[in-house]
Design a protein around this ligand. Structure first.
Ligand code: DX5
Ligand code: ZN
Length: 239
């Protein structure tokens, strides 16, 4: 495996690319992953977002380590793995071994996220903590020093293609106020050209996008458009 980025390198690359669009492979064409990967690389994305669902923490079921490991052999992109699973502590090492760079667990899935976040860092990955729309920022405020990334869900975790929930904007603003630029702020769910600008203005640096990319014929078109709107929202002109 060519993959050997450590946590500081992962975070430096994510910061350098921000604000950035992370395609969520949940809505991709799984019958031709190699072609999907090629199209996304041509669109110059820096990171891919993997939605791992176990049918228990969320009703839906997706994929696990083998899919991530198979793609790891084909690309050097940063792998951002969003675990929507119960008992994440049992699995984080396997996801790191499969090639995950950022490993995000859900606050609602554990009693105390701290030991799992610390374990993710010990494995050399960046540690992410996700909160669903109903979970207030206050419940994770004391845990922010253990997080490299906070993922604010703008839909209830579990399915792609849902409508953006504006509660995420308030939470992003709140997190920006309390945390400055560390941890990195990520938002996921219902992001499109109409909603991405507000997310970036509210402090999001990593923008996860599924259906708005994969419903297009040529992924490069929505990705460049989303990137331009995201950069424009904080006064950076497109490339
Ligand atoms: C939802 C997932 C998201 C989802 C985003 O549980 O975490 O990553 O795939 O998809 P869209 O952009 O379609 O809301
Ligand atoms: Zn996700």
């Amino acid at each position: 495996m060519t993959h050997c980025r450590d946590r500081s390198e992962i975070l430096a690359q994510l910061r350098a690319a921000a604000p950035s669009v992370l395609p969520s492979l949940l809505s991709c064409d799984f019958s031709n992953l190699e072609r999907e990967l090629q199209q996304l690389q041509e669109a110059a994305v820096t990171s891919l977002h993997f939605d791992v669902m176990d049918g228990v923490f969320v009703p839906n079921f997706t994929y696990g380590m083998p899919v991530i490991a198979a793609l790891r052999d084909r690309t050097n992109l940063i792998f951002d793995v969003h675990l929507m699973i119960t008992e994440p502590a049992r699995h984080v090492k396997h996801f790191r071994d499969a090639g995950a760079d950022v490993i995000t667990i859900h606050a609602e899935a554990v009693n105390d996220p701290r030991p799992v976040l610390d374990e993710i860092r010990r494995l050399g990955a960046a540690a992410g903590l996700a909160i669903n729309p109903a979970t207030p920022v206050e419940t994770i405020e004391s845990i922010l020093p253990n997080c490299d990334v906070v993922l604010v869900m703008s839909v209830e975790a579990g399915f792609g293609g849902q409508a953006f929930n504006e509660v995420a904007l308030e939470k992003l603003k709140q997190l920006s106020m309390v945390s400055g630029s560390d941890p990195l702020l990520e938002v996921d769910g219902g992001i499109n050209v109409a909603t991405i600008g507000g997310c970036v203005e509210s402090g999001a640096q990593l923008l996860v996008v599924g259906s708005a990319i994969f419903s297009a014929e040529d992924y490069q078109v929505p990705i460049s458009e989303l990137r331009d709107v995201a950069k424009g929202a904080i006064g950076i002109s497109g490339n």
